[in-house]
Write a protein that binds this ligand. Structure first.
Ligand code: F6R
Length: 263
Protein backbone atom coordinates (compact mmCIF):
# COMPACT_ATOMS: atom_id res chain seq x y z
CA UNK A 1 0.00 0.00 0.00
CA UNK A 2 1.10 3.53 -0.71
CA UNK A 3 0.05 5.90 2.10
CA UNK A 4 0.17 9.65 1.49
CA UNK A 5 -0.40 11.93 4.50
CA UNK A 6 -1.48 15.48 3.64
CA UNK A 7 -1.70 18.54 5.91
CA UNK A 8 -5.42 19.08 5.34
CA UNK A 9 -8.56 18.10 3.44
CA UNK A 10 -7.84 20.45 0.54
CA UNK A 11 -4.43 18.84 -0.02
CA UNK A 12 -6.07 15.41 0.07
CA UNK A 13 -8.14 16.64 -2.88
CA UNK A 14 -5.05 17.97 -4.69
CA UNK A 15 -3.09 14.73 -4.21
CA UNK A 16 -6.11 12.49 -4.84
CA UNK A 17 -6.80 14.28 -8.13
CA UNK A 18 -3.13 14.24 -9.15
CA UNK A 19 -2.92 10.50 -8.51
CA UNK A 20 -6.13 9.76 -10.44
CA UNK A 21 -4.99 12.04 -13.28
CA UNK A 22 -1.59 10.31 -13.47
CA UNK A 23 -3.29 6.92 -13.84
CA UNK A 24 -5.91 8.29 -16.27
CA UNK A 25 -3.20 9.75 -18.54
CA UNK A 26 -1.39 6.40 -18.60
CA UNK A 27 -4.66 4.57 -19.36
CA UNK A 28 -5.39 6.88 -22.31
CA UNK A 29 -8.50 8.69 -23.55
CA UNK A 30 -10.87 5.77 -23.02
CA UNK A 31 -10.02 5.56 -19.31
CA UNK A 32 -12.57 3.78 -17.13
CA UNK A 33 -13.06 5.61 -13.82
CA UNK A 34 -14.68 4.08 -10.76
CA UNK A 35 -16.27 6.72 -8.55
CA UNK A 36 -17.61 6.96 -5.00
CA UNK A 37 -20.28 9.21 -3.56
CA UNK A 38 -20.18 10.75 -0.07
CA UNK A 39 -18.22 13.71 1.26
CA UNK A 40 -14.67 12.32 1.04
CA UNK A 41 -14.03 12.46 -2.74
CA UNK A 42 -15.65 15.87 -3.33
CA UNK A 43 -12.36 17.78 -3.07
CA UNK A 44 -10.77 15.25 -5.42
CA UNK A 45 -13.55 15.82 -7.98
CA UNK A 46 -13.12 19.60 -7.66
CA UNK A 47 -9.39 19.35 -8.31
CA UNK A 48 -9.95 16.95 -11.22
CA UNK A 49 -12.28 19.59 -12.70
CA UNK A 50 -9.50 22.18 -12.24
CA UNK A 51 -7.03 19.93 -14.11
CA UNK A 52 -9.55 19.61 -16.96
CA UNK A 53 -10.03 23.37 -17.00
CA UNK A 54 -6.26 23.87 -17.17
CA UNK A 55 -6.02 21.45 -20.11
CA UNK A 56 -3.90 19.01 -18.07
CA UNK A 57 -6.35 16.13 -18.36
CA UNK A 58 -8.91 14.93 -20.88
CA UNK A 59 -11.89 12.87 -19.72
CA UNK A 60 -14.08 13.51 -22.77
CA UNK A 61 -13.93 9.83 -23.75
CA UNK A 62 -13.98 8.45 -20.20
CA UNK A 63 -16.43 5.84 -18.95
CA UNK A 64 -17.59 5.97 -15.33
CA UNK A 65 -18.86 3.27 -12.96
CA UNK A 66 -20.27 4.20 -9.56
CA UNK A 67 -19.69 1.90 -6.60
CA UNK A 68 -23.18 1.66 -5.25
CA UNK A 69 -26.79 2.86 -5.07
CA UNK A 70 -29.61 2.82 -2.55
CA UNK A 71 -32.44 0.39 -3.22
CA UNK A 72 -35.87 1.88 -3.83
CA UNK A 73 -35.11 5.61 -4.15
CA UNK A 74 -36.50 7.26 -7.28
CA UNK A 75 -33.63 8.00 -9.70
CA UNK A 76 -34.28 11.73 -9.49
CA UNK A 77 -34.32 11.79 -5.66
CA UNK A 78 -31.60 14.32 -4.70
CA UNK A 79 -29.82 11.68 -2.58
CA UNK A 80 -30.04 8.80 -5.06
CA UNK A 81 -26.52 7.97 -6.21
CA UNK A 82 -27.70 8.35 -9.84
CA UNK A 83 -28.44 11.97 -9.03
CA UNK A 84 -25.41 12.48 -6.74
CA UNK A 85 -23.02 11.19 -9.40
CA UNK A 86 -24.69 13.37 -12.03
CA UNK A 87 -24.26 16.45 -9.79
CA UNK A 88 -20.74 15.81 -8.47
CA UNK A 89 -19.05 13.88 -11.29
CA UNK A 90 -20.86 13.80 -14.65
CA UNK A 91 -21.59 17.51 -14.95
CA UNK A 92 -18.42 19.03 -13.38
CA UNK A 93 -16.11 16.62 -15.21
CA UNK A 94 -17.98 16.95 -18.51
CA UNK A 95 -18.47 13.19 -18.88
CA UNK A 96 -20.89 11.95 -21.53
CA UNK A 97 -23.97 10.82 -19.50
CA UNK A 98 -24.32 7.86 -21.88
CA UNK A 99 -21.06 6.51 -20.48
CA UNK A 100 -21.95 6.90 -16.80
CA UNK A 101 -23.13 3.73 -15.05
CA UNK A 102 -24.70 3.43 -11.60
CA UNK A 103 -26.04 0.13 -10.22
CA UNK A 104 -29.78 -0.29 -10.73
CA UNK A 105 -31.50 -0.07 -7.34
CA UNK A 106 -35.06 -0.23 -8.67
CA UNK A 107 -37.08 -2.78 -6.79
CA UNK A 108 -38.27 -4.58 -9.94
CA UNK A 109 -34.90 -5.71 -11.28
CA UNK A 110 -32.90 -6.55 -8.19
CA UNK A 111 -32.43 -10.24 -8.91
CA UNK A 112 -30.42 -9.54 -12.05
CA UNK A 113 -29.04 -6.08 -11.28
CA UNK A 114 -25.76 -7.29 -9.78
CA UNK A 115 -24.83 -9.55 -12.69
CA UNK A 116 -25.88 -6.90 -15.22
CA UNK A 117 -23.54 -4.42 -13.55
CA UNK A 118 -20.65 -6.90 -13.48
CA UNK A 119 -21.25 -7.56 -17.19
CA UNK A 120 -21.19 -3.84 -17.99
CA UNK A 121 -17.88 -3.37 -16.16
CA UNK A 122 -16.39 -6.35 -18.00
CA UNK A 123 -17.70 -5.07 -21.37
CA UNK A 124 -15.94 -1.75 -20.72
CA UNK A 125 -12.67 -3.62 -20.18
CA UNK A 126 -12.59 -3.25 -16.38
CA UNK A 127 -11.96 -0.22 -14.19
CA UNK A 128 -8.60 1.56 -14.57
CA UNK A 129 -8.78 3.55 -11.36
CA UNK A 130 -11.32 3.17 -8.57
CA UNK A 131 -11.80 6.19 -6.30
CA UNK A 132 -12.93 5.12 -2.82
CA UNK A 133 -13.98 6.63 0.47
CA UNK A 134 -14.19 4.62 3.66
CA UNK A 135 -16.91 4.28 6.26
CA UNK A 136 -16.05 4.85 9.93
CA UNK A 137 -16.76 1.11 10.29
CA UNK A 138 -14.26 0.27 7.54
CA UNK A 139 -16.74 -0.34 4.71
CA UNK A 140 -15.72 0.27 1.10
CA UNK A 141 -18.58 0.70 -1.31
CA UNK A 142 -21.40 -0.48 0.93
CA UNK A 143 -19.59 -3.68 1.85
CA UNK A 144 -20.33 -3.66 5.54
CA UNK A 145 -18.23 -5.56 8.11
CA UNK A 146 -18.37 -9.36 7.51
CA UNK A 147 -18.88 -8.89 3.74
CA UNK A 148 -17.11 -11.63 1.84
CA UNK A 149 -13.72 -10.48 0.57
CA UNK A 150 -14.61 -12.31 -2.67
CA UNK A 151 -18.04 -10.68 -3.04
CA UNK A 152 -19.45 -9.35 -6.32
CA UNK A 153 -22.09 -6.68 -7.04
CA UNK A 154 -25.19 -7.56 -5.02
CA UNK A 155 -27.86 -6.30 -2.65
CA UNK A 156 -26.70 -5.61 0.91
CA UNK A 157 -28.37 -4.42 4.12
CA UNK A 158 -26.90 -1.21 5.48
CA UNK A 159 -25.51 -1.41 9.02
CA UNK A 160 -26.99 0.71 11.82
CA UNK A 161 -23.71 2.70 11.85
CA UNK A 162 -23.95 3.52 8.13
CA UNK A 163 -27.63 4.48 8.42
CA UNK A 164 -26.77 6.79 11.33
CA UNK A 165 -23.79 8.28 9.43
CA UNK A 166 -25.86 8.90 6.27
CA UNK A 167 -28.84 10.41 8.09
CA UNK A 168 -27.16 13.80 7.55
CA UNK A 169 -28.17 13.59 3.87
CA UNK A 170 -31.86 12.93 4.65
CA UNK A 171 -34.67 14.57 6.65
CA UNK A 172 -34.38 11.88 9.32
CA UNK A 173 -33.04 8.39 10.05
CA UNK A 174 -36.31 6.71 9.04
CA UNK A 175 -35.89 8.17 5.53
CA UNK A 176 -32.52 6.49 4.91
CA UNK A 177 -33.01 3.37 2.75
CA UNK A 178 -32.01 0.18 4.56
CA UNK A 179 -30.95 -1.72 1.44
CA UNK A 180 -28.37 -0.91 -1.20
CA UNK A 181 -26.74 -2.49 -4.21
CA UNK A 182 -22.96 -2.33 -4.16
CA UNK A 183 -19.95 -3.55 -6.08
CA UNK A 184 -18.44 -6.40 -4.09
CA UNK A 185 -15.00 -6.40 -2.54
CA UNK A 186 -13.90 -8.89 -5.20
CA UNK A 187 -15.21 -6.49 -7.86
CA UNK A 188 -13.36 -3.52 -6.34
CA UNK A 189 -10.11 -5.50 -6.07
CA UNK A 190 -10.19 -6.08 -9.85
CA UNK A 191 -9.82 -2.37 -10.59
CA UNK A 192 -6.28 -1.86 -11.89
CA UNK A 193 -5.63 0.91 -9.33
CA UNK A 194 -7.45 1.97 -6.19
CA UNK A 195 -7.21 5.46 -4.68
CA UNK A 196 -8.90 5.82 -1.28
CA UNK A 197 -9.34 9.28 0.23
CA UNK A 198 -10.26 9.94 3.87
CA UNK A 199 -10.27 12.94 6.18
CA UNK A 200 -11.16 13.63 9.80
CA UNK A 201 -10.56 12.03 13.19
CA UNK A 202 -13.74 9.93 12.87
CA UNK A 203 -11.95 7.94 10.12
CA UNK A 204 -8.69 7.42 12.08
CA UNK A 205 -9.59 4.02 13.57
CA UNK A 206 -10.72 2.68 10.18
CA UNK A 207 -7.57 3.95 8.44
CA UNK A 208 -5.28 2.38 11.07
CA UNK A 209 -7.20 -0.90 10.85
CA UNK A 210 -7.16 -1.17 7.06
CA UNK A 211 -3.55 -0.05 6.59
CA UNK A 212 -1.80 -1.64 9.58
CA UNK A 213 -4.24 -4.25 10.91
CA UNK A 214 -4.86 -7.77 9.68
CA UNK A 215 -6.82 -8.49 6.50
CA UNK A 216 -10.28 -9.19 7.86
CA UNK A 217 -13.88 -8.95 6.73
CA UNK A 218 -14.56 -7.06 9.99
CA UNK A 219 -12.68 -4.11 8.37
CA UNK A 220 -13.61 -4.57 4.69
CA UNK A 221 -11.17 -1.90 3.45
CA UNK A 222 -8.31 -4.06 4.75
CA UNK A 223 -8.82 -6.16 1.60
CA UNK A 224 -6.92 -3.39 -0.21
CA UNK A 225 -3.75 -4.85 1.36
CA UNK A 226 -4.21 -7.60 -1.24
CA UNK A 227 -4.27 -5.06 -4.08
CA UNK A 228 -1.08 -4.48 -6.02
CA UNK A 229 -1.73 -0.77 -6.65
CA UNK A 230 -3.68 0.74 -3.75
CA UNK A 231 -3.02 4.32 -2.63
CA UNK A 232 -4.47 5.73 0.59
CA UNK A 233 -4.57 9.55 0.76
CA UNK A 234 -5.41 10.96 4.21
CA UNK A 235 -5.15 14.17 6.17
CA UNK A 236 -3.25 14.39 9.47
CA UNK A 237 -6.35 13.75 11.58
CA UNK A 238 -7.36 10.60 9.70
CA UNK A 239 -3.71 9.49 9.99
CA UNK A 240 -3.42 10.03 13.72
CA UNK A 241 -3.64 6.34 14.71
CA UNK A 242 -1.11 5.14 12.12
CA UNK A 243 2.00 3.85 13.90
CA UNK A 244 4.23 4.17 10.82
CA UNK A 245 3.21 7.68 9.73
CA UNK A 246 6.82 8.94 9.70
CA UNK A 247 7.82 6.11 7.39
CA UNK A 248 4.99 6.86 4.92
CA UNK A 249 6.05 10.53 4.87
CA UNK A 250 9.67 9.58 4.18
CA UNK A 251 8.63 7.25 1.37
CA UNK A 252 6.52 9.97 -0.29
CA UNK A 253 9.23 12.64 0.09
CA UNK A 254 11.81 10.28 -1.42
CA UNK A 255 9.87 9.10 -4.47
CA UNK A 256 12.03 8.88 -7.59
CA UNK A 257 11.29 11.49 -10.27
CA UNK A 258 9.39 9.10 -12.52
CA UNK A 259 6.93 8.28 -9.75
CA UNK A 260 6.37 11.85 -8.56
CA UNK A 261 2.93 13.36 -8.91
CA UNK A 262 2.50 16.42 -11.09
CA UNK A 263 1.28 18.88 -8.40
C1 F6R B 1 -20.05 5.84 -1.34
C2 F6R B 1 -19.45 4.70 -0.68
C3 F6R B 1 -19.09 4.71 0.77
C4 F6R B 1 -18.49 6.02 1.24
C5 F6R B 1 -18.23 5.97 2.74
C6 F6R B 1 -17.65 7.27 3.26
O1 F6R B 1 -20.30 5.57 -2.71
O2 F6R B 1 -19.27 3.72 -1.32
O3 F6R B 1 -18.18 3.67 1.02
O4 F6R B 1 -17.29 6.26 0.55
O5 F6R B 1 -19.43 5.72 3.40
O6 F6R B 1 -18.56 8.29 3.13
P1 F6R B 1 -18.15 9.81 3.39
O7 F6R B 1 -17.12 10.13 2.37
O8 F6R B 1 -19.39 10.61 3.20
O9 F6R B 1 -17.61 9.85 4.78
Amino acid sequence: MEVIICPDEEQVGVIGAAKVAQIARQAGPGVVLGVATGSSPLATYRHLAALLEAGKLDLSQATVFALDEYVGLPLDHPESYHETIRRTVTVPLGIDPERVHVPDGSIGDLATAGQRYEDAIAAAGGVDVQILGIGANGHIGFNEPTSSLASRTRVKTLSAKTIADNTRFFAGEEEVPTLCITQGIGTILEARHAVLVATGAHKAAAIAAIVEGPVTSMWPGSALQLHQHATIVVDETAAEQLTMADYYKRVFAGLPDWQRLDI
